[in-house]
Design a protein around this ligand. Structure first.
Ligand SMILES: Cc1ncc(C[n+]2csc(CCOP(=O)(O)OP(=O)(O)O)c2C)c(N)n1
Ligand code: SF4
Length: 512
């Protein structure tokens, strides 16, 4: 982009525009016209295959102007080296071609979510979410509303040109009533397409945002206001004050079928009356602090000693494996997901890398549910378990469905007195455990999952039963239930032990 200076000959340049004259000396009191671009832009746009001197924006496009205003504000505030711009899909998808700052290009509508993550991970950085109206007000509505509602300390620059530019002119949520687009060829009709969405006003209903303003690129005066608004949003972030949102009414001459001058006029005469220019919010949000109960020093020391003791005994367990992948499946209500969580909690306490991935239907009870659990000495690449070493099948349906996935030499623990007669066992160790029956006799059928946990620990020795007890003690608050769970854990272990003595299952030797 050739950013052209606004200084004319004979006129004193404002401070930000003062440059050493590059050309021949001029007479005192005279100034030469300076053409330059902010150092926040690359000198040459190397990522472009051709025309490395200029952007891909159409003549008169608002994106070019907004880019210039952002670059100048970053330069003036000395923020270039701290800035990360997140640009999603739309005509500005290649913003990273131009800005010599940190850049992240994200999926359509997702910039506020990505910006949230970046800002929280790097609070010292200046994070900008740069979005069009199709991106921010259509596919990305949820992201912007929730980022604003959380008061994320980011600056959002919302380029509203009332149309989908990149894809050739479909109706946007901000398309004006009566405005023609390829998907509203007779003009937007509120009775069919609804009214234009006023994002600035909508976000101003939320408590958290610090600054919300709508500006326009209709004429030089308004462009200067836009410049101030963009700078202010960045200053707010620099000061750590909160969420800023600047909506910029922008021309899109190409899709509107106008020349650049007519397009600016259209912003002035049509867009501004429909989208009032205003400062909708300008205050530092007051965020109430919720007190977290403080433990006394004695309590902390006691707790620390207990944790230390538990973690030392948990760490003592020898893991005979590099990693173990477990799938647990059954009906909702059988404690399938909870069993997975207990295993991951145990793994963490034994200093393993862990992951837990649940998968369940919409029903709270009796729908099918399963979860994937990984325990590993190394970092886990994917939490998905498609070839489990161990399957815990809490019902026949799950046994039949997932048994074929189990690796050769793996283990299948089935919650049932016997295996179904026609079940063709794969090349794995299959053990039927009447877990529900055992749990029932102990006082609660619900503890069948803990019987299976005991069986798993005894059969595979993947984790220590001591860790299981400490985890249960921490998680189960009802004394009677905890007692049943302790017995269920022991019962599961004993069952496998007895089977081993009878020669029905192999001796536990852990995983290779
Ligand atoms: C998931 C997904 N859905 C749809 C698209 C197609 N698409 C690309 S850009 C765009 C709209 C962009 O409009 P806007 O955000 O207003 O930006 P402009 O091009 O006008 O600057 C759409 C729908 C896409 N790339 N990805
Ligand atoms: S189509 Fe519109 S928004 Fe896209 S670059 Fe051209 S003028 Fe800009």
């Amino acid at each position: 982009m050739e950013a052209e200076s606004v200084i004319s000959a004979g006129e004193a340049p404002p401070k930000a525009e003062r440059r050493e004259p590059a050309g021949p000396a001029v007479n005192e009191g005279e100034y030469e016209v300076i053409h330059s671009k902010s150092p926040v832009f690359y000198d040459l746009y190397e990522r472009k295959t051709e025309l490395k001197q200029q952007t891909h924006y159409c003549p008169g496009c608002g994106h070019g102007v907004v880019h210039k205003l952002i670059a100048e504000a970053l330069e003036e505030l000395g923020l270039q080296d701290k800035t990360i711009i997140v640009s999603p899909v739309g005509c500005s998808v290649f913003a990273y071609y131009y800005f010599d700052v940190g850049n992240v290009q994200v999926a359509h509508g997702r910039a506020p979510a990505a910006a949230t993550g970046i800002k929280r991970a790097c609070p010292d950085k200046i994070v900008i979410s740069y979005q069009g109206d199709g991106d921010l007000a259509a596919i990305g509505t949820a992201e912007i509303v929730h980022a604003a509602n959380r008061g994320e300390k980011i600056a959002v620059f919302f380029v509203n040109n009332a149309i989908y530019g990149m894809t050739g002119g479909q109706m946007a949520p901000t398309t004006l009533v009566g405005q023609k687009s390829t998907t509203s060829p007779f003009g937007r009709r509120p009775e069919n397409e609804g009214f234009p969405i006023h994002m600035a006003e909508m976000l101003a209903t939320l408590e958290a945002p610090a600054y919300i303003e709508r500006v326009a690129l209709s004429d030089n005066k308004n462009i200067m206001k836009a410049r101030r608004a963009i700078r202010k949003a960045l200053e707010i972030q620099k000061n750590g004050s909160g969420f800023s949102f600047v909506e910029i009414l922008s021309p899109c001459p190409t899709i509107w079928g106008k020349d650049p001058v007519e397009a600016r006029k259209w912003v002035l005469e049509k867009m501004i009356p429909a989208f009032a220019l205003n400062v909708f919010r300008d205050r530092i949000p007051s965020v109430p602090k919720i007190e977290v109960p403080q433990r006394s020093v004695t309590e902390v020391l006691e707790l620390g000693a207990e944790v230390e003791e538990n973690s030392t005994s948990a760490a003592r367990h020898v893991h005979h494996f590099k990693d173990v992948k477990i799938k647990i499946a059954g009906f909702g209500g059988q404690g399938v997901l909870l069993l997975g969580q207990l295993l991951t909690e145990m793994g963490m306490r034994e200093s393993l890398e862990v992951s837990w991935l649940p998968s369940y239907g919409p029903e709270m009870r009796s729908g099918s549910a399963h979860c994937h659990v990984c325990l590993s000495k190394d970092r886990i690449g994917s939490p998905l378990v498609s070839q489990p070493d161990v399957l815990i099948a809490m019902n026949e349906f799950s046994l039949r469905k997932f048994a074929p996935e189990v690796v050769s030499g793996g283990v299948i623990l089935y919650n049932g007195a016997t295996l179904p007669a026609d079940f063709a066992a794969p090349a794995a160790q299959v053990v039927a455990i009447p877990a529900a029956e055992i749990a029932d006799k102990l006082g609660s059928t619900k503890a069948a999952n803990i019987v299976m946990l005991g069986a798993l620990l005894e059969e595979t020795e993947c984790l220590s039963s001591g860790t299981a007890v400490t985890v249960l003690e921490d998680k189960v608050k009802k004394v009677e239930l905890l007692e049943i769970d302790r017995k269920a854990l022991s019962a599961g272990r004993l069952f496998i032990d007895d089977q081993a003595h009878l020669g029905a299952v192999s001796q536990p030797d852990g995983f290779a």
